[in-house]
Design a protein around this ligand. Sequence first.
Ligand SMILES: *[C@@H]1O[C@H](CO)[C@@H](O)[C@H](O)[C@H]1NC(C)=O
Ligand SMILES: *[C@@H]1O[C@H](CO)[C@@H](O)[C@H](O)[C@H]1NC(C)=O
Ligand SMILES: *[C@@H]1O[C@H](CO)[C@@H](O)[C@H](O)[C@H]1NC(C)=O
Ligand SMILES: *[C@@H]1O[C@H](CO)[C@@H](O)[C@H](O)[C@H]1NC(C)=O
Ligand SMILES: *[C@@H]1O[C@H](CO)[C@@H](O)[C@H](O)[C@H]1NC(C)=O
Ligand SMILES: *[C@@H]1O[C@H](CO)[C@@H](O)[C@H](O)[C@H]1NC(C)=O
Ligand SMILES: *[C@@H]1O[C@H](CO)[C@@H](O)[C@H](O)[C@H]1NC(C)=O
Ligand SMILES: *[C@@H]1O[C@H](CO)[C@@H](O)[C@H](O)[C@H]1NC(C)=O
Ligand SMILES: *[C@@H]1O[C@H](CO)[C@@H](O)[C@H](O)[C@H]1NC(C)=O
Ligand SMILES: *[C@@H]1O[C@H](CO)[C@@H](O)[C@H](O)[C@H]1NC(C)=O
Ligand SMILES: *[C@@H]1O[C@H](CO)[C@@H](O)[C@H](O)[C@H]1NC(C)=O
Length: 531
Amino acid sequence: FIIYGVCFFTPSRKDPDCTFSKAAVATDSGKCSEIGRDILQKGGSAVDAAIAALLCTSIINPQSAGIGGGVIFTVMDSSGKVKIITSRETVPKNVTSDLLKLCPNTTEWTVEWKQDSRWIGVPGEIRGYEAAHRLYGKLPWADLFQPTIKLAREGFPIPYYQGHYIPRINNTSIRKLYLDKNGNLLKTGDIVKFEKLADTLETIANEGPDVFYNGTIAKNLTSDIQKAGGKLTLEDLELYEAKVTDAWNISLGEYRMYFPPPPLGGAILSFILNIMKGYKMNSEPNATDEKILFYHRYIEALKFANGLKKYIRDPNFSSDKMAKNLTEDSFADNIRSLISSDKTHDPQYYGDTPCLDSIGTTHVSVLAEDGSAVSVTSTINDEFGSKVLSPSTGIILNNQLFDFCNRANRTSHGERPPSNMAPSVLKSQSKTLVIGGSGAEMIPPAVASALMNHLWFGKSLKEAIDTPVLFVNCQSEVKLESKLEKDIVDGLEAKGHKITQFYNTVNAVEKAGSCISAWSDKRKKGEPAGY
Ligand SMILES: *[C@@H]1O[C@H](CO)[C@@H](O)[C@H](O)[C@H]1NC(C)=O
Ligand SMILES: *[C@@H]1O[C@H](CO)[C@@H](O)[C@H](O)[C@H]1NC(C)=O
Ligand SMILES: *[C@@H]1O[C@H](CO)[C@@H](O)[C@H](O)[C@H]1NC(C)=O
Ligand SMILES: *[C@@H]1O[C@H](CO)[C@@H](O)[C@H](O)[C@H]1NC(C)=O
Ligand SMILES: *[C@@H]1O[C@H](CO)[C@@H](O)[C@H](O)[C@H]1NC(C)=O
Ligand SMILES: *[C@@H]1O[C@H](CO)[C@@H](O)[C@H](O)[C@H]1NC(C)=O
Ligand SMILES: *[C@@H]1O[C@H](CO)[C@@H](O)[C@H](O)[C@H]1NC(C)=O
Ligand SMILES: *[C@@H]1O[C@H](CO)[C@@H](O)[C@H](O)[C@H]1NC(C)=O
Ligand SMILES: *[C@@H]1O[C@H](CO)[C@@H](O)[C@H](O)[C@H]1NC(C)=O
Ligand SMILES: *[C@@H]1O[C@H](CO)[C@@H](O)[C@H](O)[C@H]1NC(C)=O
Ligand SMILES: *[C@@H]1O[C@H](CO)[C@@H](O)[C@H](O)[C@H]1NC(C)=O
């Protein structure tokens, strides 16, 4: 899904997208954007709002993200200084490299392969919130949890996308969350409550993050995971740490773009943009042949980007320094010279990295009144993660270790798997753009597309995010987003048709002078909020 916000650059020009004047939050749902906005209005920081919005997302879109997963924050403070907080899941101590023998080959596999407790990594989400809150929080920790605890206890009508995934949980332990009195599965519009999770969130709110990592929740969670066949131990949780680092950056026209270093996907996103900026496009291609050439070059850049993903590894466990090269202009210049205008090449030409497509994830963009910004992406990996529910805590566990498949021959204790996530903040003299996406392999292409359409082609954030997205999948096939109206797609699905849908979203907020725009991707039926 994609959510962005855009303002036009000349203040005199009347911009219908310029909806807010002080602050805004863009998430995958109107409810969670409002919760984030309310936190800002109570005096909370951008980080406070982001944490509250993410907690809300863990029940509005529990298939995408939650406290059983991991999170990456890109935070710009009001002075313009940027920090990265990484609390992506790590490899538990008892997991051996034999794990990767479980990886399917790239040609024949099904989703069931990923529904396995052995892919569960050490959840980092709460340690990430803790580190971000310690550095940038203004409101008390517990206040960030209250709106979600209330919503989880009182219940709410199941939103479209949550409902969409319920029939696909089959006979997994997630099923317990969605049974009515008669043992039938709930569906979109029915009231759902998350009472166990509400208790867990209340305990974390009142007792602090240590209860999750070295307290009663840690004990219950590891015992549940081990019963389900997973390897996680109390020691893994006790030793887990979030990591605070500097952002990487590239120059993009008048902007500097900040993004997280490996094992996140920012280097891949920056590579795609560096390739495309060399074509010096400053307006939208209009004629058919210009459009074809633009898309052709873009697809070629994406093919090279896929080939370069093999260099994205946890820097603590890899001596390879190539990832940094991917962000350099000279590197992009070299690769651009290998792109032919008239034809494409065999996959080997691009140094193809074999991969396995996955989906999931959520993104939140926040811009606060003081000019500080948070771009944060959170995930449990695939839809409902490993599809393992911890019954005693209500937590849904990630399947993040699957991301090592085809990207590594061995894993080490404590290593973080490579990722496509790229929560970014762009800053110029007078403007701030907070942007990021969800949808695994689709994230770098979707965010790059939004940025090109907005920054270079002059489209509003809304138009830029609405622009149909394409990506190159793991089999080097180009996947075009259906141009069918969403309502028609929904209608066809309601009739039982199976439609291959994209699961990318970009959520963005932009500030230009006193104009703040926010846009939440309609693909996930998102809504921004602000004031
Ligand atoms: C992929 O795995 C399937 C079943 O595990 C096997 O039959 C097939 O030969 C494998 N294909 C390749 C290309 O290794
Ligand atoms: C659910 O079960 C059906 C039938 O066994 C299978 O075809 C489908 O792939 C399963 N879906 C998921 C998400 O596991
Ligand atoms: C569903 O799972 C339960 C226990 O996990 C098992 O007893 C039952 O037979 C399964 N049902 C089907 C249809 O696979
Ligand atoms: C975990 O809790 C125990 C008992 O309260 C304490 O001794 C230990 O130092 C804690 N570990 C960490 C890493 O905080
Ligand atoms: C982890 O490894 C230790 C030492 O080998 C073993 O005693 C323990 O049972 C293992 N725990 C799990 C959950 O695999
Ligand atoms: C951008 O990154 C370079 C290292 O590649 C660093 O030296 C520089 O300070 C960064 N710039 C900003 C504005 O953070
Ligand atoms: C495309 O059309 C727009 C408005 O009609 C114009 O501003 C722009 O310059 C044109 N782009 C090119 C590449 O011709
Ligand atoms: C990872 O690297 C950082 C510095 O970049 C270092 O402080 C830390 O100890 C390393 N961690 C591991 C597990 O190697
Ligand atoms: C990567 O960058 C380093 C330092 O700039 C350079 O020495 C090296 O040749 C580069 N490697 C490649 C393959 O471009
Ligand atoms: C731990 O699990 C027990 C047994 O299911 C439950 O009664 C208790 O409430 C749980 N405590 C926490 C903090 O999750
Ligand atoms: C894994 O090892 C094989 C054989 O040594 C090698 O060809 C391949 O490139 C390695 N894959 C990764 C992802 O490192």
